[in-house]
Design a protein around this ligand. Structure first.
Ligand SMILES: Nc1ncnc2c1ncn2[C@@H]1O[C@H](COP(=O)(O)OP(=O)(O)OP(=O)(O)O)[C@@H](O)[C@H]1O
Ligand SMILES: [Mg+2]
Length: 378
């Protein structure tokens, strides 16, 4: 298997910058996810790795081998496209064996029986044994998805590239197939790049997650770190829920002080190591619902008061939506919490859970020495 290294990648389509300044190492045998909203450049990046696009700038390495100029068929990658793209007139067997027959054309000759054996092995791997003679329209969505996966795997690729492979499936099937992909990926130990716009899916299956927005990778880290220490406001907002409060820096140090427009001082820390905050800089405080607690006293630091708008019972907790001026805030409280719509509420966030982030997203990241985006804008 291989480690994939992407350096300074850029791909444009005319005026559109589909992706830029991508610097990442996708470790050997790991499952890395490209996560982000529609149009952020996920498919473009995947197709660059596969070799269907040539970058305008930057290099792609499989281990130490520079593959930037290699055509897709010489990279030994298996790809599942955003739609399954099965050939409707071919049987399952023929769909799966197609890749092997192409290899034959390029000089790697397989006998008929060797091809059938590998097709059968691939079918077994995706639990479709015995269905090889059907055509795609005789299969359910989940089964078609399995065939697409088998087709990508049959060539024994070094790298598996999956572009939203579960997007056409219902919730239950998605869940099953997700487990299936994890099992196969783990069994084969194959370096996998998985594209999705589903946050929960990304957090639950990945070794590493790359959160993308408008063509840039804003953070590339393990799932827990993405959730606990978002590096930009976009990441904080895109992954999980947050309440945001705007203010300006009024004190620098290990703990940062932020003055809100009403004069209240909020204490917090920044998850963005190395960012040079300045006095009076406009920033945003972000806090997760589970980090807003009922205040034991009214003089508690970092207290946030408001009017309860809505209380939603979510099983193990209640989700409380309350207004703080014009801001709608969210807190997750224990079910015994006695709150009712229309009443006043006072909550507090411990400073260690109050995240202070600069405005400006990618531009802020460029100010951090050593960051993959540091001063690389041109
Ligand atoms: N062949 C192309 N020609 C012109 N523009 C393109 C082309 N392919 C992609 N783009 C543009 O590049 C940007 C990134 O597209 P891409 O398909 O990589 O997004 P994506 O993250 O995969 O989105 P989705 O979640 O909708 O699949 C978009 O603005 C898109 O319109
Ligand atoms: Mg896409």
């Amino acid at each position: 298997m291989v480690r994939i290294t992407l350096t300074n990648l850029r791909k444009t389509f005319g005026e559109v910058i589909a992706t830029d300044d991508v610097n990442m190492v996708l470790e050997d045998g790991k499952l890395s996810t490209l996560l982000g909203p529609s149009g952020c450049g996920k498919t473009t990046l995947l197709r660059l790795i596969a070799g269907f696009y040539v970058p305008d700038k930057g290099r792609i390495f499989f281990d130490d081998r520079d593959v930037t100029d290699l055509p897709p068929n010489l990279r030994n990658t298996g790809m599942c496209f955003q739609s399954y793209a099965l050939w409707p007139h071919m049987t399952v067997n023929d769909n799966i064996s197609y890749g092997l027959k192409i290899k034959r054309v390029q000089g790697m000759k397989y006998t008929k029986s060797a091809i059938q054996k590998r097709v059968n092995d691939a079918l077994e791997l995706v639990q479709m044994t015995g269905l090889g003679d059907r055509t795609p329209h005789q299969l359910s969505g989940g089964q078609q998805q399995r065939v697409a996966l088998a087709r990508a795997l049959v060539i024994e690729p070094d790298v598996l590239l999956l572009d939203e492979p579960l997007s056409n499936l219902d919730a239950k099937l998605r869940h099953e197939m997700r487990e299936e992909i994890l099992r196969i990926q783990g069994e084969l130990g194959i370096t996998t790049v998985y594209v999705t716009h589903d946050q929960i899916e990304a957090l639950s299956i990945s070794d590493m997650v790359a959160v993308m927005d408008k063509g840039y990778v804003q953070q590339y880290a393990p799932p827990r770190e993405i959730y606990d220490s978002p590096q930009t406001l976009f990441v904080a907002d895109f992954i999980g829920k947050c309440t945001f409060l705007d203010g300006e820096i009024s004190g620098l140090g290990e703990t940062l002080n932020v003055r809100l427009p009403d004069g209240q001082i909020i204490k917090g820390i920044t998850p963005l190591d190395g960012y040079p905050f300045e006095m009076n800089e406009q920033v945003r405080c972000a806090v997760r619902p589970e980090d807003l607690h009922k205040a034991p006293t009214s003089s508690q630091d970092n207290s946030i008061s408001g009017i309860v708008e809505q209380v939603i019972f979510v099983g193990s907790n209640v989700e409380v939506h309350f207004s703080v001026g014009d801001i709608l805030a969210t807190s997750l409280l224990p079910p015994e919490a006695d709150v009712a719509a229309g009443s006043k509420i006072q909550l507090y966030a411990p400073p260690l859970q109050m995240m202070i982030l600069p405005k400006g997203g990618v531009d802020a990241l460029r100010k951090i020495p050593g960051h993959p985006l540091y001063a690389s804008g041109e």
